[in-house]
Structures are given as structure tokens and as C-alpha cells.
Design a protein around this ligand. Structure first.
Ligand code: NAD
Length: 452
């Protein structure tokens, strides 16, 4: 049966086929218009993010709006270089000749977003898709309805409507949309749905980028400066009330430092959110009651909890630190994706590495240490989508670093040129000259040709 989205896909694909989206001028116009959308509607966008997640304005501005405009500026500056032919060395057998890689747009791409950074997670992949000269359909998360609504309202006012469209809906609509053929799908969300997206894509041999999650570990070594460590950890953990895919999920520390680290973390929380985080303007809320309840349940049976106060009706859970030695508890089995930070004692660096390696490959992995040899070993021995040494999250502020997971935390990457390449086909081209070829290459392969 024909899906309700077929006419839309057909329309956008036709636009692509007419070559409208190919010229760099069109791409620049779209990127500049998207930039204007953000700057001209800043208050309304911040209000929508506040409605969905009670995001503090400063936080929403830096991690969503400015993140995307920064990405646009970065792309605009490099667009010409990224899209230019990339010279390849031509070996003697192909001489005289010239070889190069020619990036070309893929066609119609689908971007499926999630709710935790509902603006950034839709628009940053869109920046990459438009930079590469594609048409795109955006499917924002239904769990952040205010942001989905404002994107639906504003995008058509700024962008080429024959090239970019927004489709809203939940499971039923997304399932139907996924029956259509796309030239690439970028999905952000959990791994269970990632598998559904990948099987739907397989029917059309559509390549996918899956931006998933996982339990991103932290090891704090004895040499670390605990005040700086705690401040950076607390920022990265309780930003967006812990609902960040690369947030530190749990912290490992030696027995010698555990108490001091807990104190330093508690004090960093106090400095950022005061004695009563519930009334702090700088602290967000959980996306919905279901997720809030899931998080509260994680605390069952745990002693040694700092924080933990909650108010389900207000979707509030305080910044919470849990000291535990139970590696088998629910808190340590699933991605937490909320404001609870378990702290676990390990014997040493080797145990920390081995604990991480026992689990699925995480989206991010963090080491706090002044020891250069440990830093080298962490990078070498811990496989993760992304890493930061002596900080958390900040790699995502470097547009030239590709962002993506490995293993269960995802596949493929975007950000900067990685995003441009994800939404391009890197076509190999060889152009030959007209000098006569050596006869060796052509049949008949008589023995006298191979006398050397
Ligand atoms: P979600 O519930 O918003 O789902 C994501 C998208 O999938 C939505 O658009 C939703 O409509 C769609 N969807 C849900 N069920 C579907 C189904 N059965 N078939 C087709 N589509 C379906 O988001 P979520 O999964 O709760 O997101 C949280 C997860 O996302 C966490 O694991 C987090 O780590 C991860 N995440 C990853 C990144 C990253 O960049 N790697 C960023 C943010 C979040």
C-alpha cells in the first residue's frame, strides 16, 4: 500500500533531480537562511526549549542555538573546499591520467531526532545534509512537542520548501515514513529503535548513521586535581538534568580518593545550583513523568545517596550522587540518562579499564589524570565513540572532530567535514589521456608479454 508520505518524498526527490540543490550558491543560501531562522527567533526557540525541558536560557542558547549557528559558520567557511574534487595519486598503470574523488550529494535524506537536545539534534544534521546539497525530511521527536511545533512552523518560512520538509508523529507515523526509500537516514535515539530503523533501511539498501547512547564511564586517577575534576564532571553530568547522550554515566575512583571526590562533587553541585536545586533557574527538568519515574526507581535500595529529592508532578529529580559497590544494580545495567551519578571504587587504572571493556563500547569515555602514560593507555585501551582527557563533553565543541559512536553506541559520524562526507557520495573518478597503452594490458596474454 502506498504510504501517505509518498507524494511528499516524490516532490522533494523531483526537486533534487532537477539539480536545484547542487550549486554551492543554493547551499549557502539555505545555510544562511537557517542561521537567520535561529537568530531572528531566539526568544521563541528558547521558550519552546524551556517548555519541553525547562532548559535554562543560557544552557539552551549555548548547547542548542549557538551550537547550530557555530556549525553553520564553520560549514559556510569550508564548503568550497569540502565540495571540491580531492586529488588522488595516479599510479603508473593509470598514466597518463588524473584521479580524484568527487563529492556528490546523495539525494533525499531522512533525519530522525530525539528529545534531549531537540533543536540541535534535528538541525545540526540538517546543516550537514544541506551543505552536501541534499533534500531532507526532518522527523523531530514527539516527546519534545513545543520544539517540534516551532520547527514545523519556522522551517518552511526560511528554507526552500521543495527541498526541506518536516514530518511530525510518533511510532506509527515514523514506521510509515520508513517504508519510503531514502538515500541516507540519520537516526538519533536508543539502540532498540536504531535496529528498527536499520532493518527498514535495509529493504531499500539505504545507508544509515545511528547516533545511539550507552554508559559513558569516567575514571578519576589519584593524580587528578579533585576540585577541577568535580567542577567539570558536575557541569557535564547535570547539564540538561543529566539527559545528555555523552554525559558521564558513572565514575570510578580509588578507595583513597572516593570520599574526597564525593565531597568535591557535592560542593560543586552546591556552587552551581545552591542548597535547593528545585528553585534554581539553572537546573532543568526531566522530559516526562515516565522517565522521571524510571529514574526515581533506580534509587531503590541504595544507601549513601546525596540528593535524591524528587517531585514527579514537576518532573524534578535533584542532582544525585550514589556511592555503590553493586555493579549488578539497575543503575549500572542501563544507560541512566538522568541526573544520577553512581560513584564506584576500583582498585586501580587497570581495573577501571577492564570494567569498561566488559561492557558495550560507550559513546564517550573520560579520564581525569595528570599522568601522561595513563592518558596514552586510556586512549589506546578504551574503545569509545569519543574521548576527553581531563574534561567531559567538550570534544563536541570542536567542529573538526567527528561525532559518533562505535559498536552499540552507534555507527557513522557527523559534525564538520565528517557530516558533509556522511551526506555525500565520495565518487571515484579517473580521467585518462590519449597516449597509446602498453600492449601488456590487452589479450591475448601470450607468454612473450610476460617475460621479465
Ligand atoms: P525518542 O523516544 O525521542 O526516539 C527517537 C526517535 O525515534 C523519535 O523521533 C521517535 O519518534 C522515533 N521512534 C521511537 N520509536 C520508534 C519506532 N518503534 N519506530 C520508528 N521510530 C521510532 O528518543 P530516545 O530513544 O528516548 O532517546 C534517548 C536515547 O538517545 C539515549 O540512549 C541517548 O543516549 C541517545 N542519544 C544519542 C545521541 C547521539 O548523538 N549519539 C544524542 C542524543 C540522544
Amino acid at each position: 500500500m502506498e504510504s501517505q508520505y509518498q507524494p511528499l518524498c516524490q516532490r522533494l526527490r523531483q526537486h533534487f533531480d532537477q539539480g536545484v540543490t547542487r550549486p554551492l550558491e543554493w547551499r549557502r543560501q539555505q545555510l544562511t537562511a537557517l542561521r537567520r531562522l535561529i537568530t531572528e527567533n531566539e526568544p521563541a526557540l528558547l521558550a519552546a526549549l524551556h517548555q519541553d525541558l525547562a532548559k535554562p536560557a543560557m544552557e539552551a542558547w549555548s548547547t542548542e542555538l549557538a551550537y547550530v549557528t557555530g556549525d553553520i559558520d564553520h560549514s559556510l567557511k569550508r564548503l568550497k573546499r569540502w565540495s571540491a574534487p580531492r586529488k588522488a595519486t595516479t599510479p603508473i598503470v593509470a598514466q597518463p591520467g588524473q584521479a580524484w574523488v568527487q563529492p556528490e550529494p546523495l539525494g533525499l535524506v531522512l533525519i530522525i531526532g530525539t528529545w534531549n537536545y531537540p533543536l540541535q539534534i534535528c538541525l545540526a544534521p540538517l546543516v550537514a545534509a544541506l551543505s552536501a546539497g541534499n533534500c531532507a525530511i526532518l522527523k523531530p521527536s514527539e516527546l519534545a512537542p513545543a520544539t517540534a511545533a516551532i520547527l514545523t512552523e519556522l522551517l518552511p518560512q526560511y528554507l526552500d520548501n521543495e527541498a526541506v520538509a518536516v514530518v511530525n508523529g510518533a511510532v506509527a507515523e515514523t514506521t510509515e515514513l520508513l517504508t519510503e526509500r531514502f538515500d541516507h537516514i540519520l537516526y538519533t535515539g536508543n539502540g532498540a529503535v536504531g535496529r528498527i530503523v536499520m532493518s527498514a533501511a535495509a529493504k531499500h539498501l539505504t545507508p544509515v548513521t545511528l547516533e545511539l547512547g550507552g554508559k559513558s564511564p569516567v575514571f578519576v586517577d589519584d593524580s587528578a586535581d579533585l576540585t577541577i575534576t568535580a567542577q567539570r564532571l558536575a557541569w557535564g553530568k547535570w547539564l540538561n538534568a543529566g539527559q545528555t547522550c555523552i554525559a558521564p554515566d558513572y565514575v570510578m575512583v580509588t578507595a583513597k580518593q572516593a570520599g574526597a571526590l564525593m565531597d568535591a562533587l557535592a560542593s560543586a553541585v552546591h556552587q552551581m545550583y545552591g542548597g535547593e536545586p528545585k528553585s534554581s533557574d539553572s537546573y532543568g527538568r526531566i522530559i516526562n513523568e515516565r522517565h522521571c519515574q524510571r529514574l526515581i526507581t533506580y534509587l531503590d535500595g541504595h544507601e549513601g545517596v546525596i540528593g535524591g529529592e524528587h517531585d514527579l508532578a514537576q518532573r524534578y529529580l535533584a542532582p544525585t550522587i550514589v556511592q555503590t559497590d553493586d555493579w549488578g544494580c539497575a543503575l549500572m545495567q542501563e544507560e541512566i540518562f538522568g541526573p544520577i551519578l553512581p560513584v564506584l571504587v576500583v582498585k586501580d587504572f587497570d581495573e577501571a579499564v577492564s570494567r569498561v571493556r566488559q561492557g558495550e563500547k560507550p559513546l564517550a569515555a573520560y579520564l581525569f589524570s595528570k599522568d601522561g602514560e595513563q592518558q596514552r593507555r586510556w586512549v589506546e585501551q578504551v574503545s569509545a565513540g569519543n574521548q576527553c582527557l581531563n574534561d567531559v563533553l567538550m570534544f563536541s565543541a570542536v567542529p573538526d572532530l567527528p561525532f559518533g559512536g562505535v559498536g552499540a553506541s552507534g555507527m557513522g559520524r557527523y559534525s564538520g567535514q565528517a557530516g558533509f562526507d556522511t551526506f555525500s557520495h565520495l565518487k571515484a573518478v579517473l580521467k585518462r589521456g590519449w597516449l597509446k597503452d602498453l600492449p601488456l594490458r590487452f589479450a591475448p596474454y601470450s607468454a612473450d608479454k610476460f617475460k621479465w
